[in-house]
Write a protein that binds this ligand. Structure first.
Ligand SMILES: NC(=O)C1=CN([C@@H]2O[C@H](COP(=O)(O)OP(=O)(O)OC[C@H]3O[C@@H](n4cnc5c(N)ncnc54)[C@H](OP(=O)(O)O)[C@@H]3O)[C@@H](O)[C@H]2O)[C@@H](O)CC1
Ligand SMILES: Nc1ncnc2c1ncn2[C@@H]1O[C@H](COP(=O)(O)OP(=O)(O)O)[C@@H](O)[C@H]1O
Ligand SMILES: [Mg+2]
Length: 307
């Protein structure tokens, strides 16, 4: 295992702190058949230190998600017969607003992660559009949220181009290809395309892989500003297993919810996630490790990066 240093220390805890000090985060996603994805994100957020974690899921998979970990709170939204988020007559924006208004935990969310396992149906599209258009809270878009942004060309017309300095995108190369048209096999071309998105929209982009690249604006307020790049030093091919990325989404959302800015949250999340992967591979071997072993090593990884 490589010996490397964390890009910044993990946030410390005061002796008189309480769970409200470590962020209320919301993870939106899942569908019937893909309940595991948003559950992994939610459990990863808990293991990364979030004080309160709420999974917003189609009601057909609520019990499954809640059953994974007793620390996860769940909030159901209406589902289609297939088990994805439904589009209601009032519209999903109305639904989300009423959920936000009626649920203290969601109303106070410090960060929102969206996309794992949610599918790209009409209800999911309305949720992603609402998140892009209607809130400035810290947000992480992953998986199907990125696919929706690509399919509906949200980067080319309203709700964008307002600047999105509080957004982190976490595409794997296939997802970035959908967003930019650049082939997953063209790594330099993908990095360049991601840099263009950073300059244009002020996103922070985590381009996953071995190694993962983090790209973000030097000064988010500067129009068409300069892009900075950080190459992660941890991780291994044992992490090429279903659910590894869902774990990262929860970790990223958790660190944003704990008050780190997008650039710091992204660099620290990919570092600790990769280190957890390295520890899992050491204990179980690269072929045998799964997202469960990865999740189980987050704590050991954090312990090596604490202030
Ligand atoms: N337990 C659960 O509930 C889980 C649910 N999940 C949920 O499943 C949904 C689908 O997500 P997904 O990532 O599995 O599939 P998709 O978006 O079609 O991407 C694959 C395409 O991209 C291409 N590709 C190229 N390079 C690549 C790379 N480096 N890494 C990965 N792919 C790469 C790849 O190329 P190919 O393999 O054909 O060469 C293929 O064409 C999503 O909602 C997710 O959250 C998962 O998280 C798993 C656990
Ligand atoms: N060869 C590799 N080396 C290092 N990390 C890898 C490798 N393959 C995959 N990973 C990591 O595993 C995760 C996979 O994410 P993703 O493809 O979104 O998985 P899923 O959607 O199944 O959860 C990313 O964080 C990626 O960096
Ligand atoms: Mg993924």
């Amino acid at each position: 295992m490589k010996s490397t240093q964390a890009p910044l220390p993990f946030p410390g805890r005061q002796s008189d702190s309480h769970k409200g000090d470590f962020g209320r985060v919301v993870l939106i996603g899942g569908s019937r058949g893909m309940a595991g994805s948003i559950s992994l994100s939610s459990m990863a957020a808990l293991h990364t230190g979030s004080g309160l974690v709420t999974a917003v899921v189609p009601d057909r998979c609520l019990e499954t998600v809640a059953g994974f970990h007793p620390g996860i709170m769940t909030l159901p939204l209406p589902a289609t017969p297939a088990g994805e988020f439904a589009q209601t007559t009032g519209g999903v924006p109305d639904m989300i607003e009423s959920v936000v208004a009626s649920n203290a935990t969601v109303a106070k969310a410090d960060a929102i992660g969206c996309g794992p396992g949610m599918g790209t149906g009409a209800g999911s599209v309305r949720i992603v559009r609402w998140l892009l258009e209607q809130t400035d809270r810290c947000r992480v878009f992953d998986a199907d949220a990125i696919n929706i942004i690509a399919q509906h060309r949200f980067l080319d017309r309203p709700p964008l181009p307002r600047r999105q300095a509080s957004v982190v995108l976490t595409p794997h190369p296939g997802e970035l290809a959908r967003l930019t048209g650049v082939s997953p096999s063209d790594r330099p071309g993908q990095i360049e395309a991601a840099e263009t998105l950073v300059r244009r929209h002020a996103f922070t982009i985590v381009l996953k892989g071995g190694p993962t690249e983090v790209l973000g604006p030097v000064d988010p307020s500067e129009e068409a500003g300069t892009c900075q790049r950080h190459t992660n030093t941890t991780g291994n091919p044992g992490m090429a297993t279903a659910g590894s990325g869902d774990v990262l989404t929860g970790m990223m959302t958790s660190l944003l919810g704990q008050g780190l800015g997008p650039w710091d949250a992204a660099r620290l999340a990919v570092y600790v996630h990769g280190l957890a992967g390295d520890l899992a591979a050491k204990a179980h071997s690269q072929p045998a490790m799964t997202c469960v072993e990865l999740l189980g090593r987050i704590g050991d990884a954090i312990a090596t990066t604490e202030d």
